[in-house]
Ligand binder design. Structure first.
Ligand code: COA
Length: 260
């Protein structure tokens, strides 16, 4: 069975972690498959939204601990190479120009919670558990830390990274890791609502907004003044920007949303 399942429905790409027997824990093939998938989606203009989910009872149990213990016997260079591949995979997902919706059920732990952090919107089953459990195992959430910190900030990271405790979906929402907490039977409908929101927005505008968030985060307003002014100026003058505003005054849907 492939470790990653993909399915296209129009402009929506569904990707599912598929190692349910180990709760979709990451090993080398899964990391490589996710990276290949992310690179393909980044270059495919027909994809407008991606939905990331896990097969079986759990979204993702983080790094595969059997594989991690094997790695502990490898050389430092081998370990660095391997960790770099994982970091590259998280970075590639984080930088995808299309919005990514995380569909979380069961648990998102360690790197699984890291995957949630690189999603743009996370919809969680109310019974899902979240945690950066690495310190309980004597390791730490390292490669995911930049993405997680960008989402939850230092205060929550100090609590959760340093205790390794597990929290429920409501708490994950409080700290900004999750955006919607719903009953299990409402998970797919809520994901679909977000899909529709994304499909009704200009794809280039979304991609530019996503990139802008990354560039502006943590910088002083005066340092990004030029960047923000130029970004909007370019968008206004773009075909997509002109079409969006024209459609508003003509009381019709813009072309990217016309057949829906
Ligand atoms: N790596 C490797 N195998 C894992 C795994 C991981 N991260 N997480 C779970 N598994 C395996 C278990 O060893 C078990 O294997 P077995 O059937 O051969 O005994 C199988 O997956 C099912 O796990 P189990 O704990 O029985 O499933 P569950 O549905 O009751 O609980 C979790 C699921 C995810 C809550 C639980 O497995 C868990 O807490 N895993 C550890 C998560 C973690 O700390 N990850 C951080 C890694 S850095």
């Amino acid at each position: 069975m492939p470790v990653l399942l993909t399915r296209r429905d129009g402009a929506v790409e569904y990707v599912t972690l598929n190692r349910p027997e180990v709760r979709n824990a990451f090993n080398e093939p899964l990391i490589a498959a996710l990276r290949t998938w992310a690179d393909a989606v980044a270059g495919d203009r027909s994809v407008r939204v991606a939905v990331l989910a896990g097969a079986g009872t759990t979204f993702c149990a983080g790094a595969d601990l059997e594989w991690m213990s094997k790695l502990s016997a490898c050389t430092r260079d081998e370990n660095v190479r391997d960790a770099t591949a994982a970091a590259g995979m998280f970075g590639a997902l984080d930088r995808l120009p299309v919005p990514v919706i995380g569909r979380i059920h069961g648990a998102a732990l360690g790197g699984g919670a890291g995957l949630a952090a690189v999603c743009d919107v996370v919809v969680a089953d109310e019974h899902a558990q979240f945690g950066f459990t690495e310190v309980k195992l004597g390791i730490l959430p390292s490669m995911i830390s930049p993405f997680v910190l960008a989402k939850i900030g230092q205060s929550a990271a100090r609590e959760l990274f340093l205790t390794g405790m597990r929290v429920d979906a409501a708490r994950a929402r409080e700290i900004g890791l999750v955006h919607a907490v719903v009953a299990a039977d409402a998970l797919d409908a809520t994901v679909s609502q977000y899909v529709q929101e994304f499909l009704s927005a200009g794809p280039e505008a979304i991609a530019t907004a996503k990139e802008l968030i990354r560039k502006v985060a943590g910088r002083a307003p005066q340092d990004v003044l030029q960047l923000t002014a130029e970004t909007l100026a370019a968008r206004r003058a773009s075909a997509e920007g002109r079409e969006g505003m024209k459609a508003f005054f003509e009381k019709r849907k813009p072309t990217w949303n016309a057949n829906r």
